[in-house]
Design a protein around this ligand. Structure first.
Ligand SMILES: [Zn+2]
Length: 183
């Protein structure tokens, strides 16, 4: 994902993930950075349940993950299972559980456990759209790619609209601030 979405585009990434979950292409989604109020509002407007989940990193730091999905029960189940727990490495059980929660194709999850990052025949751009690593010649992933592309296009539109709304807001704010006090 990072190959096409640079850090300054994290908001776009959150909206993209939100659409993938709202369209039920991907069950749950998770980001590991704070979300601005208007991004949160947008995710909720998409019908998603958003929940912070507190995790503990390897060095003991507490970090907040934002989890969102179209099924409130699944979001809650994930929160209950992981709240306050240590972030584990890529153990098979963790990879499988996350694959189930985040809606990754089981064939890709199992192939990843057997041999992580085996050449899969996808272009860097195709693989960059995904949040799972596709298994070699994956049929399920080739069915998913056009849906991911559609979600990314829609996310770009929504992100642009949000940006314009912010700018309007700022202009109004500045105009108000420049009105002189009655004297
Ligand atoms: Zn696969």
């Amino acid at each position: 994902m990072l190959s096409i979405l640079r850090p300054q585009k994290l908001e776009l990434e959150a909206i993209y993930l939100g659409l993938l979950s709202a369209w039920r292409i991907k069950l749950l989604s998770r980001v590991e950075y704070p979300l601005k109020a208007d991004v949160l509002a947008l995710l909720e407007a998409l019908g998603l349940t958003v929940s912070p989940v507190l995790r503990v990193a390897e060095n003991g730091t507490r970090v907040t993950h934002w989890t969102f999905g179209a099924e409130p029960r699944l979001v809650e189940q994930y929160r209950r299972e992981y709240e306050g727990t240590a972030i584990a490495g890529q153990l098979p059980a963790v990879v499988r559980a996350e694959g189930r929660y985040f809606g990754y194709p089981p064939c890709c999850v199992e192939a990843f456990i057997r041999e992580p990052y085996a050449p899969n025949g996808l272009t860097a751009e195709e693989q960059g759209l995904l949040f799972h690593y596709a298994c070699p010649g994956c049929r399920e992933t080739s069915r998913l790619i056009p849906l991911y592309q559609a979600a990314l296009a829609e996310a770009r539109d929504l992100h642009k609209t949000m940006f314009r709304a912010r700018r309007r807001h700022t202009v109004r704010g500045n105009a108000a601030a420049s009105v002189p006090y009655p004297a």
